[in-house]
Design a protein around this ligand. Structure first.
Ligand code: ADE
Length: 245
């Protein structure tokens, strides 16, 4: 198990910096519940960088029409690069953050990638709007492109919040019992087994007998079998991730 740097009090808290045209969307849902309490407690920190501040001219223009024609507008390479470079120059901490552009074209955000990012110093996220971002700045500033799923959002801000939430909950101290992390979906490559609580009988549906047996061996076996059954029926891709290998 790699040592989690946030458990070392000498290191700075995990940092999320977000370049966005809509800074007012933050912290939004990141201010509540476990992740919000952790923000208050200083276990992680959030900075928004308003892209508009780096826009060109009197109108602070950040976008322009796509080369080659077509619908929509494209975020300008020079404007995005200035936002990234000034953010990095302002603090050695920000200079060390991996740059990530949220886009439906990106590599899928998986629990594995979430773990990798949560073990690092944090993330510098670019939330796009419009048709996209000039490809040259993605190359020139070594952006990693990440998607949160096969659907299209109206902008990258919600995707940025999803990525941040998933990473922050893995920082030691954010979720009390490490127990609840050990059994969750994807931790063993399977979906989580079904859960039940009182009442014992509800609308004619009893809790599965085995869970009331007190036989921990049988319970473990049942849960494993249920995990496998659910994964086979809902997400067979998880059981055979590389079908061509
Ligand atoms: N921006 C728009 N849609 C997105 C998605 N599915 N994932 C990440 N960023 C996005």
């Amino acid at each position: 198990m790699p040592h989690h740097p946030a458990s070392d009090q000498r290191t700075a808290p995990w940092q999320a910096s977000v370049i966005t045209l809509f800074p007012e969307m933050f912290p939004g849902p990141l201010a509540v519940s476990l992740v919000g309490q952790a923000l208050q407690a200083g276990l992680w920190s959030l900075a928004t960088i308003p892209l508009r501040d780096f826009g060109e001219g009197r109108h602070r223009q950040v976008d322009d029409t796509p080369a080659g024609g077509g619908a929509g507008m494209v975020l300008r390479a020079d404007v995005v690069a200035t936002a990234v470079d000034r953010t990095r120059a302002a603090s050695p901490k920000a200079a060390a953050l991996p740059a990530i552009y949220l886009s439906p074209r990106g590599e899928p955000l998986t629990q594995e990638l979430v773990k990798e990012l949560s073990l690092g110093p944090g993330v510098l996220l670019l939330a796009g709007r419009f048709e996209g971002v000039d490809e040259r700045v993605l190359e020139a500033r070594s952006f990693r492109e990440v998607s949160i799923g096969d659907y299209v959002l109206s902008g990258g801000e919600l995707a940025a919040m999803v990525l941040i939430d998933a990473c922050v909950r893995l920082i030691p101290g954010v979720i009390g019992a490490s127990e609840s992390l050990a059994h969750e979906s994807f931790e063993n490559g399977l979906l989580e087994y079904p859960q039940y609580t009182r009442p014992r009988d509800w609308e004619g549906r009893p809790i599965p007998e085995v869970l009331l047996s007190g036989d921990h061996g049988r319970i473990e076996k049942w849960r494993r079998a249920e995990s496998e059954r659910l994964t086979r029926s809902r997400r067979p891709d998880l059981l055979n991730p590389n079908p061509k290998d």
